[in-house]
Design a protein. Structure first.
Length: 59
């Protein structure tokens, strides 16, 4: 999984190899979903936190 991080115009990309953990979807509405992620790659890189994402209709 590639992980993108951007702040102040400085974008960085990290590769999370062979990720182990979980992604949990907590709420779903017609327009968005929320959840949490807790994944660690075999290279020690970790992604942990909560997210809110827009739902986009299939075309």
């Amino acid at each position: 999984m590639d992980v993108y991080r951007g702040k102040g115009g400085n974008d960085e990309v990290f590769n999370l190899s062979n990720g182990q953990g979980s992604v949990k979807i907590e709420t779903v509405t017609d327009t968005e979903l929320t959840g949490s992620i807790d994944v660690t790659g075999d290279n020690g890189f970790m992604v942990k936190g909560h997210f809110k994402a827009e739902r986009v209709p299939a075309k």
